[in-house]
Design a protein around this ligand. Structure first.
Ligand SMILES: O=C(O)CCC(=O)C(=O)O
Ligand SMILES: [Fe+2]
Length: 261
């Protein structure tokens, strides 16, 4: 049976519960953010001096910094914590005078989830939320899993996270390519290392037993999926793919959601 993708005009508790419970692999919310503002915001970000490349995935450009990058050194981890809130404020300015899609997501999740949602904290420090990613022509993301505990080994708050969702708002889609691929499977740490591409964060797609579900995101759409499932971004063929993204951690329905990038 082909894994289900849910489409909903509103982000609600039912959709999140279905996603967390594994009944659906992805939840699509079309027109989460106005298309014309998406394009303007992407252009502003590209011109900003925050525009740079992932330390550990240099082909992917980004604005803001991922916690995942800070695993490279204690120095980067310190900078990440020290500047997280300042980066959040700077990212917000790209949408002025409008509400940003990440802020909208933070508010909506707080409203719909019984125990609310909050900005992530780790090791007693606030995390950054709302990383924008730029995939130019020929660039994609290798099949991978995002697991906070893998990036913060030995950190109790990270290890207690039961489920991790990825949330992306699509600001710009390329002409051809750029699909999101989700495999209905999770690899253990050992399996992940065995299937790993040397020198990369990703794994070999040819070594995966299942076929992926393919989603062609639309500009302005919000897509949530379980980031512990193997997923990839197909290479953009022409033009650019720009997303504004974060993760949402859940420890069950009784716990406050936690958001970060
Ligand atoms: O850009 C996407 O569609 C998904 C990117 C990704 O790997 C993630 O959000 O974890
Ligand atoms: Fe990912």
């Amino acid at each position: 049976m082909k894994p289900a993708v849910m489409v909903s005009n509103l982000l609600n508790q039912e959709g999140l519960v279905a996603l967390m419970g594994g009944e659906v692999v992805a939840l699509r919310v079309p027109n989460f953010y106005p298309e014309d503002i998406c394009i303007q915001v992407a252009a502003r970000m590209r011109r900003s001096d925050m525009y740079g490349n992932y330390v550990n995935a240099p082909e992917i450009a980004r604005v803001g910094q991922a916690f995942f990058e800070s695993v490279a050194s204690a120095r980067l981890r310190r900078i990440y914590y020290a500047r997280a809130v300042e980066w959040i404020r700077e990212m917000r300015l790209f949408c002025e005078p409008y509400l940003s899609p990440i802020d909208k997501l933070r508010l909506v999740l707080d409203e719909i989830w019984p125990s609310g949602s909050r900005l992530g904290t780790l090791q007693g420090k606030k995390m950054f939320v709302g990383l924008a990613r730029f995939f130019g022509a020929g660039v994609g993301a290798e099949p991978h899993q995002d697991v906070l505990a893998w990036d913060a080994p030995g950190v109790e708050e990270a290890e207690s996270v039961e489920g991790q969702l990825a949330a992306n708002i699509y600001l710009m889609m390329p002409q051809g390519g750029g699909d999101l691929l989700i495999w209905p499977m999770t690899l253990s740490r050992e399996e992940y290392e065995r299937a790993g591409i040397s020198g990369s964060y990703g794994v070999h797609g040819s070594m995966l037993a299942h076929d992926p579900v393919r989603i062609s995101p639309r500009t302005g759409e919000l897509i949530l999926f379980n980031s512990n499932l193997v997923h990839a971004v197909e290479k953009a063929r022409q033009g650019e793919r720009v997303t504004w993204s974060c993760f949402v951690a859940s420890q069950g329905v009784d716990h406050t959601l936690m958001m970060w990038s």
